[in-house]
Design a protein around this ligand. Sequence first.
Ligand code: NAD
Ligand code: FES
Length: 291
Amino acid sequence: MYRILEKRQLSSVVYEMVVEAPRLARHAKPGQFLIVRKDETAERIPLTICDYDAEKGTVTIVFQPVGVSTWKYLELEEGDSFMDVVGPLGKPSDILEMSDEELKSHSFLFVAGGVGTAPVYPQVKWLRKKGIAADVIIGARTKDLIFYEDKMREVAGNVYITTDDGSYMHKGVVTTVIDELIAEGKTYDHCVAIGPMIMMKFCCLTTEKYHIPTVVSMNPIMVDGTGMCGACRLTVGGEVRFACVDGPEFDGFKINWAECLKRSQMYKTIEGQAKLRYEEGKTHEGGCGNC
Ligand code: NAD
Ligand code: FES
């Protein structure tokens, strides 16, 4: 059992839990995810690891309840336990593969949209430990949805906050801030954009104009997180990939966004899954791991 040590509400719709999981905490790296299961009958939910503390043996997860399952997870309180916490899963972030010299010669831009702010945090924190201060843009629809502002300021270089309705700081979506920073003369060698899929797509269209290589995290299309259900199938550079086993991070310029957006909408319904099976063949039966 995996005890919930802390639970807090971060914004009007987003919650954070610190969970006791010592082995996972020892091995976790930025960019990876875990799967939680409340009890034997509960749905498995893949969530990005938002922080980890090997000494305390804890991992931090952040989630926004959307379906029945995630609302049920919200019933758990401090002192309660998850039956399973599996991980770390997926490949660590690309930046972990860079040598210290490479890291120091790069300037980094992170774009965090809504709930995507949580998975951006461990990467920015990891860079700070290497002595690198990355710029971070945090975007939300409105002021009440902003979270981790103080935490992010502790580890980032500059933090730019923008709200769609202008209720806090800058007004506009995250891509308008990218355009403005470049117009001011800022230059970046590497961008990481994490948030809703439509945001990641438009970030890539924006950074491509400025030739800034951009990595995105395809967590939003995962369902079972184990390579069995086929939901997270996507095309990257003309090749079939699965977000949960080959990612979750990919080169955003190579992703077939139209296909991803269409499949993510269809996979939400049983009818949509059946239609995908009809259109794409037996790629969603599960079991072999090569779906
Ligand atoms: P949201 O819809 O409120 O959007 C957040 C910000 O993204 C907006 O304020 C805006 O600045 C930007 N944005 C949205 N559409 C844009 C567009 N067309 N062009 C430019 N910028 C745009 O975000 P939310 O409600 O917090 O998002 C929830 C979604 O985030 C869920 O679908 C969830 O799956 C996804 N998510 C993704 C990850 C990941 O790893 N990629 C992690 C957590 C959550
Ligand atoms: Fe099911 Fe990747 S989430 S195969």
